[in-house]
Design a binder for this molecule. Structure first.
Ligand code: TNX
Length: 564
């Protein structure tokens, strides 16, 4: 599905066009701009909200009820309070520890811009006036991720039945404050500016699986860059980071039993630039950083196709077919640096292939706390139907033996699926074949959520094979009604893949992800009755000042009247 003759040279230059001062901070390839004199840079302030409403909230909550009375104000006297006794505190203390950790994280978020001390206090008594209170023990009906956020002049109360809900309540509180809250130093001299309007939000997600995929195989992304991507997911209440760890162009995760996968297979990337890989410690660091933000890592080792990097490292894994000529500076025989797909395949007829898969799955399962391992299964051109089906059936059994559920791209619907296997829909009817076998679907239609697609013919970075995807296209669809024959119960959730053939660095990734990823996060989180494009386009407009302060590059879609 990849067009030939892609002009990689022209791609990233375009990305920096929309990149303001703060947005360029982390961009290694951005053209150097002379540092401006801080005294001449106007301070951008976003006024506080005066009534509670959906104004700036993305994803839009299930219910928002404005209150009467004065707003809550963060002041030099504000404390964050975590109750340690009373209803709902887990007997084993983990709940209290998690609430305390989240209290610390919230205070850490509020301190730099406000300049207030904001101590965190564990208490078994009543919270003092003016406190921000995080309490576990809300009604079970809120579910594992829901929350209530109640704001009055006296206090802000974040309540949830489980820790993830407290985290999401804090993200909502963050968005109710002026964007200046994201600043490293106070941009707002008047303390009275840090107010939150009175009212009550009750909120919980529509889908349990709300994901984003980052392809670190076509271009490698460092641990720090992946963490920046995780921060973006967390702000919009996404809870799955699918890492596409291997492909023809690179193998990016250490496997002790097969060391050449990374020492050889990780050496390069698209266009012959030097690649990279994650050691087990690196991978663990990503998993922990994500988990602290209630994000589960779903690692993908794509097979049987998309495996040229592994075959270059261990030629016996293939059936002896030569790799296509790679005109773009491959540094070693067999390493592929082009962007064709479908040509490579693990040899499905040798038992040694399944020993390899078993080793990889065993090591990957051991370093992955989440329930899913993604084994790809897409775009196989080199095998017969029978070979493909037999391969998928055998590797599913291997994943199950190592205690995980397998996810595969929708083509796996052509094989016999085990109960619990998940199919990721991207384009084809084979997703329905999977659903008919009882598989749950992760919905990723290429024409809506492939955020490696260009926004318009004029945006240079990205592909165009599936569609041009402007912001409204990414927003205005429903994951259930969009597909004939799919019911709400078939859908586990929604995921936005970012393939990186054209994406050389995190600045380019952000340009493609923002604002589409927040739009897709709302598709995954919010009830259909609360969603509407006209509302979304005004709400998302208020996020631009926040992105600038966060140093996030974004595409300033002309469909939105962005706030300065
Ligand atoms: C199709 S979608 C692919 C990827 C490419 C992508 C580019 C899918 C399962 N496979 O290998 O990177 O198109 O848009």
């Amino acid at each position: 599905m990849i067009p030939n003759g892609l002009s990689t040279a022209r791609l990233v230059a375009a990305v920096t066009l929309a990149c303001g001062l703060a947005a360029c901070r982390r961009a290694p390839t951005a053209a150097p701009t002379p540092a401006p004199d801080p005294s001449t840079v106007p301070l951008r302030t976003q006024p506080p909200l005066t009534t509670m409403g959906v104004h700036r909230l993305v994803p839009v909550p299930e219910s928002v009820a404005p209150g009467s009375g004065a707003p809550f104000a963060l002041t030099a006297a504000t404390v964050v309070v975590v109750p340690v006794a009373g209803a709902g505190t887990a007997a084993d203390g983990t709940g209290v520890r998690e609430a305390a950790r989240l209290g610390d994280a919230l205070a850490t978020l509020l301190r730099p811009a406000t300049g207030f001390r904001i101590p965190v206090e564990a208490t078994d008594g009543a919270a003092p006036r003016g406190a921000v209170v995080l309490r576990l023990g809300g009604p079970a009906a809120l579910g594992p991720e829901g929350y209530e956020l109640t704001v009055s002049a006296d206090s802000v109360r974040l309540t949830a039945a489980a820790p993830a809900g407290l985290f999401y309540a804090a993200q909502t509180l963050r968005q109710l404050l002026p964007a200046g809250i994201e600043a490293e130093q106070s941009p707002i001299p008047a303390a009275s500016a840090w107010t939150v309007p009175p009212g009550r939000i009750v909120d919980r997600p529509r889908f349990a699986y709300r994901g984003a995929m980052l392809d670190v195989a076509r271009h490698f992304f460092t641990v720090d860059e992946v963490q920046q991507y995780i921060d973006l997911l967390a702000l919009y209440k996404l809870n799955i980071l699918h890492l596409h760890l291997t492909d023809d162009q690179g193998w990016r995760v250490q496997i002790d039993a097969w060391p050449r996968l990374t020492t050889v297979g990780g050496r390069t990337e698209v266009a012959g630039r030097s690649g990279g890989f994650y050691t087990k410690a690196d991978y663990g660091e990503i998993v922990r950083y994500a988990a602290d933000r209630f994000i589960t890592v779903v690692p993908e080792i794509d097979m049987p196709a998309h495996t040229q990097a592994a075959i270059a490292a261990y030629p016996e894994l293939g059936c002896g077919r030569p790799a296509p000529d790679t005109s773009l500076n491959a540094p070693l025989p067999g390493l592929y640096t082009g962007i064709h797909v479908g040509f490579s395949a693990l040899c499905p007829d040798k038992d040694s292939t399944y020993q390899f898969v078993d080793d990889v799955v065993r090591e990957l399962a051991a370093m992955t706390p989440g329930p899913y391992l993604h084994l790809g299964g897409d775009e196989v051109e080199a095998l017969s139907h029978a070979q493909y089906a037999q391969f998928i059936e055998r590797v599913q059994d291997i994943v199950a033996r190592h205690g995980k559920a397998m996810v595969g791209w929708d083509e796996i619907g052509r094989a016999r699926l085990r109960p619990g296997t998940v199919a990721q829909l991207w384009r084809s009817d084979t997703a329905m074949a999977a659903a008919r076998q009882g598989a749950k679907l992760v919905v990723s239609p290429a024409t809506k959520v492939y955020i490696d697609m260009k926004y318009t013919p004029a945006t240079e970075v990205g592909h165009r094979w599936a569609a041009f995807i402007e912001l409204r296209t990414a927003y205005d669809w429903d994951p259930v009604t969009h597909f004939a024959g799919v019911a709400e119960r078939d859908v586990l959730g929604v995921e936005a893949p970012l393939w990186t053939e054209t994406v050389k660095n995190i600045t380019a990734a952000q340009y493609l992800a923002v604002p589409r990823l927040p739009a897709i996060a709302e598709v995954a989180w919010s009830p259909p009755s609360a969603r509407a494009w006209r509302s979304f386009r005004t709400r998302i407009a208020a996020h631009a000042p926040r992105w600038r302060l966060l140093g996030l590059n974004f595409y300033p879609s002309p469909q939105v009247d962005w706030q300065p």
